[in-house]
Design a protein around this ligand. Sequence first.
Ligand code: MSP
Length: 525
Amino acid sequence: MPKGTFGVTTPIYYINAAPHLGTAYTTVAADTIARYERMNGYDVSFVTGTDEHGQKIAETAEKNGMTPQAWCDSLAPAFTDAWKTLDIDYTNFVRTTEDRQTRAVQKFWQGLYDAGWLYKSAYEGWYCVHEETYYAESDLEKNEDGEFVCPDCKRPVRYESSGEENWFFKLSEFQDKLLAFYDEHPDFIRPVSRRNEIVSFVKGGLQDLSISRSSFDWGVPVPWDEGHVFYVWADALIAYLTGIGYGDPEREAEFDRRWPIQYHFVGKDITRFHCVIWPAMLMAAGMPITHTVFGHGFLLTKGEKMSKSKGNGLMPADLVRVFGVDAYRYYFMSDVQFGHDGSISMERMVQVYNADLANTWGNLVSRVTNMTTKYFEGRVPEAPAGSEDNPLREIADTLYAEYDACMAEVDFTGAAAAVQKLASRVNLYVEESAPWTLAKDPARADELAGVIYNCLEAIRIIALYMAPFMPNTSAEVFRRLGLGEIADTTDIQEATAWGQLPASVAVEVGDPLFPRLDVDNLPEL
Ligand code: MSP
């Protein structure tokens, strides 16, 4: 019986550029927590997808001589392929051009229209085609020529006063309700620094939000007004609901069971959409609100935000080729504190790889499996009475509480460090107990068996805690220890209780899990 449901989402990524390290970062983080909560007994939903509508896509498709749909179809595999390369085990991938998304978007907004939350009015404002967003003049920046430019992408904006009539959502009526909601739900916006930003933004007053366009047609049609399509954000946010069954009569019960979810993981640049517009939309619809929007920081290379448009957007596959998928995941999750900006570099990645993976975790597995072969003919020795009192067990016994508390704080760095602490301690324990000396003295055979058993047992436990970060390696370690499928674990707390490694099972040595890398022979980041 699952403990309950657990849901996480990534942003629904613009389809115009293949995933780079920044977008992959959010996705790996969502996958890591999803994998953990599965091992923790929850029935997990993990929704990701692609945001495929809007003027920009329509324009690019035309430039490429394709229909927008054909253009999107040609780009979507870049996402599914990248997520496969990174071992992302999502439960639902929503493309906003799917029929189920159209149905969900129309159902949602029709409800708000019927309830009187929408009205039609002319729109005038500064519009950035690239970001597909209108900006208040006070938010704009100026370039060297004195032109107004978009505060996000720095491209020139244009004043749109076409007199185009748009549908507006009465967002301004939600100021007090949102402030009260933030007050009552201190965990809704995390980390706290982002919460303060959002609260002061909302205190400054809210303007109604234009949710439709009639100047182009690449979007979900507004059902009650022909010629209008929904604005990209009014469309894409709904994908979080579509993914778990909203709008699908056959999945109604599933949706009710799964919504609201625990987390939207988003970059800090889009927290406002998720912390202001989205909860107001849900309030207007009378629906419960996601427990937490977690706004993570940016990955920086040489002090600058990585992005495709700046040309410093390296592709995940480039790094996976060098480091392997598990080390890739481990580096980003352990070395860039989720919630803060973090600098990444090839040098640092090699350092972490060599220290934590090659020298600590990988080395430990090789060493101990080798000694098992040498001293016990490759079979797990029987743990002699009393051997369970050992320093590894002491750490292992409190590890679940520590690791789980980190995961509850979305502190991947802390969770990884907690497991590393045990791995380092096992390496030290090997040094302290010197099995090679014990092996020379037949009178100490029991002691030797105890030491090897304890090391193997600690390896089993470490593999379980590493699995959300590095699923392949952990599965391989389980295989080498003659254990079952690690992915079937549904109670990690119980599974990591000391002493469950069965004796006399054959242990395999295998190749090094993380061969050492030489920093001088790597491509530059
Ligand atoms: N389509 C919208 C989201 C709609 S969600 C209902 C969108 N798409 S996006 O493709 O631009 O999203 C990019 C996501 O990647 C954002 O969360 C953004 O913060 C994140 N990142 C882009 N560059 C980044 C870094 N250099 N570092 C970390 N994440 C960054 O916005």
